[in-house]
Design a protein around this ligand. Structure first.
Ligand SMILES: C[S@@+](CC[C@H](N)C(=O)[O-])C[C@H]1O[C@@H](n2cnc3c(N)ncnc32)[C@H](O)[C@@H]1O
Length: 272
């Protein structure tokens, strides 16, 4: 089975939102430091670009007692889960399905005015066309508004993906990966700076930060986050065997456990 979104440039993939909500504590921990970089008075309107199941939007709303969060995601299941999660915030949380690369001005978010800031965590590396992404974000951000983001950067989970690749290359899986293009785009700080400046951002600062993770529930974390795109490529009958073989391959590594060598790309910039 070949899923939509399995290669760069195609439509975003669907997610198991309930599982992501359960296992995404590492992403939430990464997001704490990202949020701290965003200066807020508390009455701004902020776009959470790629809100997932809403855990980070909730932390953002806690910093906006008189403001509003526009939480956007391309996955309908994630948006449904985020709506449930943020229901208690009433009109201060607007959760919308949209492809971030297709935003074109505040009206595309049902807003009369551009947003004051954009926050994004763990999302940009799922998007192939960063030029389109940054142009779209610039179109909804007010002049002088801040973009604060973090995503997977150059070298992200290289070793872990190497372990998965050894399994992928074996029968009966290999045939399903012929011509497969992995969906992730782990950009460098240099390329990202250039792209942001081309999209009209100024005072751009991008840098890499290693962030190793050992997930609490390795099997579910692998299934839902790390090898979800691989599973999209495989028929359902091969899902459990693939997961079992990947876990066995991690068990055979030096550390004997699922260690994920995350490398995050931190991004700060201002709209001109
Ligand atoms: C790993 S989750 C991160 C969610 C949340 N920000 C967090 O840190 O937990 C990545 C999210 O990006 C969303 N996404 C990927 N491509 C997208 C696109 N083109 N437009 C909007 N959302 C997208 C996915 O649907 C998914 O919910």
């Amino acid at each position: 089975m070949s899923a939509p979104g399995a290669s760069p440039g195609s439509a975003p993939r669907e997610w198991d939102a309930g599982s992501y909500h359960r296992v995404s504590t590492p992403q939430q921990q990464m997001a704490v430091a990202v949020l701290e970089r965003l200066p807020l008075r508390g009455d701004e309107v902020v776009l959470d670009a790629g809100c997932g199941s809403g855990r980070i939007s909730e932390m953002l709303l806690d910093r906006l007692p008189d403001g509003k969060v526009i939480a956007v995601d391309a996955s309908e299941k994630m948006v449904e889960r985020a709506r449930d999660h943020l229901a208690g915030f009433g009109e201060r949380a607007s959760v919308q399905v949209a492809d971030l690369t297709a935003l074109a001005g505040p009206e595309s978010l049902d807003l009369d005015a551009p947003v004051d800031a954009v926050l994004s965590t763990a999302t940009f590396h799922w998007i192939a066309d960063h030029d389109a992404l940054f142009a779209a974000l610039a179109s909804v951000l007010r002049p002088g508004g801040r973009l604060v983001a973090q995503c997977g950067g150059r070298g992200n989970i290289d070793s872990a993906r190497g372990v998965v690749a050894t399994v992928q290359a074996q029968a009966p899986y290999a045939a399903h990966f012929a011509g497969w293009e992995p969906p992730w785009h782990y950009a460098s700080p240099e390329d990202t700076t250039e792209r942001l400046e081309r999209a009209g951002f100024v005072e751009v600062d991008c840098r890499l930060r290693p962030w190793p993770v050992v997930p609490d529930d390795p099997e579910e974390f692998l299934r839902t986050v790390i090898i979800a795109p691989h599973l999209d490529q495989l028929p359902p009958s091969l899902h459990d065997p693939f997961v079992a073989d990947v876990l066995e391959a991690f068990a055979a590594t030096e550390s004997g456990q699922v260690e994920l060598d995350y490398v995050r790309l931190d991004i700060d910039a201002l709209s001109s």
